[in-house]
Design a protein around this ligand. Sequence first.
Ligand SMILES: CC(C)(COP(=O)(O)OP(=O)(O)OC[C@H]1O[C@@H](n2cnc3c(N)ncnc32)[C@H](O)[C@@H]1OP(=O)(O)O)[C@@H](O)C(=O)NCCC(=O)NCCS
Length: 182
Amino acid sequence: MTVSLHRLDPTGVDRADLVEFMTRNVFPFHVRPRLTAEDVERAIADGAYRDEDHDSFWLEHDVLGRIGFLRLEDLSDDAPLFDLRLDPPARGRGLGAEAVRAATDLVFGTMPDVHRFEGQTREDNVAMRRTFLRCGWLKEAHYREGWPVAGGQPVASVAYAILRRDWETGTTTPFVWEDLTA
Ligand SMILES: CC(C)(COP(=O)(O)OP(=O)(O)OC[C@H]1O[C@@H](n2cnc3c(N)ncnc32)[C@H](O)[C@@H]1OP(=O)(O)O)[C@@H](O)C(=O)NCCC(=O)NCCS
């Protein structure tokens, strides 16, 4: 594994770097592609980077150094989600899959009550969707017109998940998508 997670301190030593990372980069497939320093400062104050539901990490590559950010969400639900943001120079090299595997190891390896780990992205984020598949995650929902797009038509929101037992065995458990007939 060349990508590892390093827990960051959003209100302390990592605050300035976090604001800089979030405002320097554009995230075209997020609901808010561009964030201002005020947005990030407010989110830090609201606990959106660390509280009982959230925890945040730098993604470190053993050769490239810091390559991005990953946040766990809904941690009090026993079925957390993640938000993954690679720095633009680190995109397009398959490192997203390494980050997802590292996050999955962290979640199932340190949170014994968690049986599902979830992720959601918009339908046209092909790189993220292929990353899920490459990591053995299963598509579980396709919410048509579920993702608002500023100044445009909504796109679908697509949900993926991995089960603890799939992580343990390396085998994705399928299900029958249309299990009833009309
Ligand atoms: C989305 C993200 C995590 C993907 O990670 P990545 O390492 O950059 O992914 P890659 O560009 O290597 O693409 C992964 C796969 O999708 C394929 N792919 C990428 N863009 C594609 C496209 N437009 N059409 C078809 N295939 C595409 C790649 O060829 C690769 O295929 P492979 O698994 O067969 O090698 C990363 O690009 C990123 O952080 N983007 C900005 C933030 C974001 O969108 N985060 C997701 C929200 S949760």
